[in-house]
Design a protein around this ligand. Sequence first.
Ligand code: 13P
Ligand code: SF4
Length: 311
Amino acid sequence: MDYKEEILKLKKDKNALILAHYYQVPEIQDISDYVGDSLGLSQKAASADADMIVFAGVHFMAETAKMLNPNIPVILPDLEAGCSLAESCPYDDFVKFKNKYPDHIVISYINTTAAIKTVSDVICTSGNAVQIVKSFPEDRKIIFAPDKNLGGYINRITGRDMILWNGTCKVHDLLTTEAIIKMKEENPDAKLIAHPECNAPVLELADYVGSTTGMLNFTRNDNSKKYIVATESGILHQMQLASPEKEFMVVPADETCSCNDCPYMKLNTMEKLYLAIKNEKPEIKLDAQTIEKAVKPINRMLEISRKLNLI
Ligand code: 13P
Ligand code: SF4
């Protein structure tokens, strides 16, 4: 079957909007209506005017889309497409932790379950995290969850002392300075760009730290010819399309490959995408009460981002 042709036909017939994250395989990115980072995808989901949103990404992203546009069915091709960061922050444990700091507000990274969002004051993404934190007075006491790497990075560059939940992304946290130093020695003319989910020693070596969209824009506007990319392999597709004359190398997850794939993101395939649009399932279901509570901190994030001209 020619999945590309069939998906495009179904998409038109069913008035479906396909949203894809940069970590999807190139074929999925190429047939999507929009490819972006978590912040861009949230905005697109909020303003979507379609009969169905098909989310080529992971569960928390599709949940966010559902909360922002509850009247449109949101389809995720594989419900098992989770996120190690979201999983690192179970609701009951987090509530116990939060209760130890009653005078703190909670800023949560968007990579969390809907349940964690219901007990958060404001959400952030890697694209606006620093500015969201800075939008609160310096003496405001803050719990940051769940990514200790992103939280630590914000603490270092803002001089804040946020209490950090001890979560990490398994895809980014395992990247090592050893692997990067070896690549830098072999490619002395290459710049290192890194996602803030990487650990502190890796971030310290980076010439640029930012969200997937931030990294993509950096490579577009920067005048280097070569980049060592410390994030998931999928982003290379858009980097290469935007700058065909440049060279991009992903920091490998281990010695056995030259890639770094998120096992959750890569659960989505063209076949599953086709079946999802055709069968209009699996659908994201959330009860009205959860949506009402969880969407508040997301809307607060969008409001602050708009005020700061970030979106
Ligand atoms: P971005 O919002 O930067 O695309 O990050 C999402 C993500 O899951 C990174 O691992
Ligand atoms: Fe989650 Fe990490 Fe995969 Fe992003 S790369 S979806 S943070 S497991």
